[in-house]
Design a binder for this molecule. Sequence first.
Ligand code: GLN
Length: 412
Amino acid sequence: MSGPDVEKNQSMLSLATSERTEFFTESVIREMTRLALEHNAVNLAQGFPDYDLPEVMKKGAIEAIEAGLNQYAITWGTKNLREAIAKKFKAVQGLEISPETEVTVTCGSTEAMIASLFAIVNPSDEVIVFEPFYENYGPDAVLSSAITQYVSMKPPSKDSKETEWTFDFDELKAAFNDKTKAIIINTPNNPTGKVFTRKELEFIAELCQKWNVFVITDEIYDHMVYDGLEHISMVTLPGMRERTITINAISKTYSATGWRVGWAVAPPAITKSIRKVHDFLTVGAPHPLQEGAAKALGLPQDYYKKLLAAYVYRREFLLKTLQNAGFEAWKPYGAYYIMVDFTDLWERNQEKWKLNNELDFAHWMAREIGVAAVPGNGFYRIPFYGRTKLRFSFGRRNEVLQEAAAKLAKLK
Ligand code: GLN
């Protein structure tokens, strides 16, 4: 039977796929990568760093393969990697954690997030998410049968002194109630580049303690914080250690998004549940790559300093490029994304471009200008809210950013 015949047969049998998959679409981010490949566009859409990964890390993985470490590792992660994670946690967060009872190695932070939600959420529990949000959190909530409460973050307005995205404390307060089970925080933030301040985190912490709520904090961009700002981990705030799940991965910091090695750090009782879910979801992350990752986590401070310096340069470069091209671009204080609004460009060129509506702009830009970015609708619960926004990633080599700049200049 060929493809169309199979489809016809299925509809005759009324074989329906699950209702939960009706509540979300395929990833807008991954779709743009496919489109970039199709049109040979410079891909500033999906956030993957394209520089070479550290030599020790590569060697670590190769040696592990050669040493025969090719079967399953312990499901919650190799001893070497869990110990390296605990050591790094001590260095970054200043906290002693047990590699035996508080660390779960997962297939990337993506699995860490969904395993954490499965581990703590009951159907119809509420989970609070800041919007715009990293697109995975939406489907994650649907898959774990949670009800999502969104709290909006607003970009700095043109005439205010604010330079950071902010949220309204009263709106957040109103999102908590006795059904609230967890809040998801992502700092430094994807897609806005916001770095949550101590004051904001303390406010969230107070509400979490008042309503007895978990925090799942995705800190995958913790080494990308600019302008002398400080990365603050929720787990370090008083009273938060017992209720916080801290997620991270090697993907961004060590340029290995394809290795799929991440982790969740949580108190023993929560870790027990996360490990159970993780075991049945994926059994484990790739064994030899865990050994390589353990080596990466042991890199000296100098590595992170150089990484940061490179990103500071790229941020300036892309910010100027986007502003020169006619976008309203908000300066990010962390992570490697720049959110822009293209209302002005749209109003000036709408007739010439002949597009149906703003939602077609990102596709048009990939096709006609040759630069792919993520359309803003991927980060909002209602696509309309993000229709005039785009997210660009500067996690790319300088020459790639230069090529993108030359193409984006055509927009003017
Ligand atoms: N986190 C990256 C982004 O936001 C990659 C997403 C993905 O495809 N897993 O672009």
